[in-house]
Design a protein around this ligand. Structure first.
Ligand SMILES: Cc1cc2nc3c(=O)[nH]c(=O)nc-3n(C[C@H](O)[C@H](O)[C@H](O)COP(=O)(O)OP(=O)(O)OC[C@H]3O[C@@H](n4cnc5c(N)ncnc54)[C@H](O)[C@@H]3O)c2cc1C
Length: 390
């Protein structure tokens, strides 16, 4: 098949999950011509078609908001139109510190509305979106990605651009470009989250909890099966998906027996795999980075599992050591195994996405100055240092 060329864009973002949406938005707001390439036909990734609809906290659990900018904008967008009453009121109405400690700054939203309003937002900001397009490869020259290669219904294309952002969740771009990557060794537990309607209304059924440290287990965690899934083999992913469907079917039958109105209304359109592969950042974040000060900090985030920790995000966790025009955000950023459970969640995807979007608009990571990235982020009201929020 002949490769058709397109050179219309400054920045290409691969993947339209929360990280990709945030990155594209940030780059477009810096005046760049941006394209998001998405293999499915909906924005939001795991956060919409994966039915993972809990926007975890922007605060540290001690009453301080730590993530701002696009992370806060998207949280508010996610509940616009229908779920505004779910906004944790102490955060909206200037509640006391005690109230903010009791109610962390998180929401649950509707996946369908979030996908649509995200798309509207990107279109308003001038971002082009190409759906149904699977990135299969890159063409690298002189340590830079010259073309991103994709296939879709109209053929095979080589998209040229100045800078590229890997928001694929699986480090696809880094891997295809022979940048160093890290794989999640532990593997993922089976998850089978789905939406239902019943006498109680429209509801998210959460089956398959995230890994919880041994000392925090209550004995009520539901792991569904002992097998762990790495998520990097098509056959293994297919097995995991069909197992999750069986689990949903069993759960449906149990609940239907108690309520004749109970029906599943949505099952996930993409595999519910938490962690697979990411960029081997020049710096790999770890849990011991709590409150560590980094001179190249480009954002702040908290730990959804624990109250207290606040992490500065070093720019070096968003780029590797080889490919000069590639940055990675969201699940694909550079983090150690122990830290991925913290960095993979929705607010952190937005924080890392915004940082990548702003930095990519300035140029290759080895040429730009971190203080320029920081200046632009501060103009967007992003906080960068722990001492600014505590
Ligand atoms: C079961 C489960 C429960 C979770 N619970 C929560 C929770 O309660 N709260 C929370 O905040 N987080 C939760 N998470 C984590 C969070 O949802 C995700 O980690 C986060 O949404 C990932 O965002 P992302 O943009 O990095 O990646 P993704 O959402 O994975 O988006 C990547 C996008 O890239 C596209 N893509 C991938 N490869 C290609 C390619 N080759 N070409 C074109 N497009 C491509 C995909 O289709 C997808 O749209 C959970 C995750 C799982 C699996």
């Amino acid at each position: 098949m002949q490769l058709k060329e397109n050179n219309d864009y400054d920045i290409i973002v691969v993947g339209g999950g929360v990280a990709g949406v945030s990155a594209a938005l940030a780059s477009a707001r810096q005046g760049k011509k941006v394209l998001i390439i998405e293999k499915s036909y909906i924005l939001g990734g795991l956060g919409t078609s994966g039915l993972v609809t809990v926007y975890l906290p922007l605060c540290d659990g001690m009453g301080h908001q730590v993530s701002f900018g696009i992370a806060e904008e998207l949280l508010k967008l996610s509940i616009k139109d229908a779920y505004e009453d779910r906004y944790p009121t102490p955060w909206l109405k200037g509640g006391s510190r005690e109230e903010k400690i009791k109610n962390r700054f998180l929401v649950q939203y509707n996946p369908h509305l979030f996908a649509i309003v995200s798309e509207n937002l990107l279109e308003r900001e001038g971002v082009d979106i190409i759906y149904g397009s699977f990135v299969t490869n890159t063409i690298v020259e002189n340590d830079r990605i010259k073309y991103v290669v994709l296939e879709n219904i109209s053929g095979r294309y080589a998209y040229g651009c100045k800078n590229v952002i890997d928001a694929s969740g699986d480090g696809v771009l880094a891997y295809k470009s022979c940048e160093d990557v890290v794989e999640f060794k532990q593997g993922n537990v089976l998850a089978a989250w789905y939406y239902s309607v019943s006498k109680e209304g429209y509801k998210l059924n959460i089956l398959g909890a995230a890994d919880i440290p041994e000392d925090e287990k209550t004995g009520n965690e539901e792991y569904l099966c002992d097998k762990r899934f790495k998520g990097l083999d098509a056959k293994e992913i297919s097995l995991m998906v069909s197992l999750s469907h069986k689990v949903i079917y069993e759960d449906f039958k149990k609940k239907r027996a108690l309520d004749h109105k109970f029906l599943p209304v949505n099952i996930a359109g993409i595999p519910q795999i938490r962690m697979t592969r990411g960029l081997k950042g020049e710096y790999l974040m770890s849990v011991s980075d709590d409150k560590k000060s980094f001179s190249d900090s480009v954002g702040l985030f908290s730990n959804w599992k624990k109250s207290g920790p606040v992490y500065e995000l070093p720019f070096r966790a968003l780029h590797g050591t080889k490919i000069k025009n590639l940055l990675a955000c969201g699940r694909a950023m550079g983090a150690e195994d122990s830290m991925w459970d913290v960095t993979r969640v929705i607010p952190v995807c937005a924080v890392t996405g915004e940082a990548c979007g702003v930095a990519s608009a300035l140029g290759d990571w080895d040429k730009i100055s971190v203080s320029d990235i920081q200046k632009k982020l501060r103009e967007n009201r992003v906080k960068l240092k722990v001492k600014e929020v505590i």
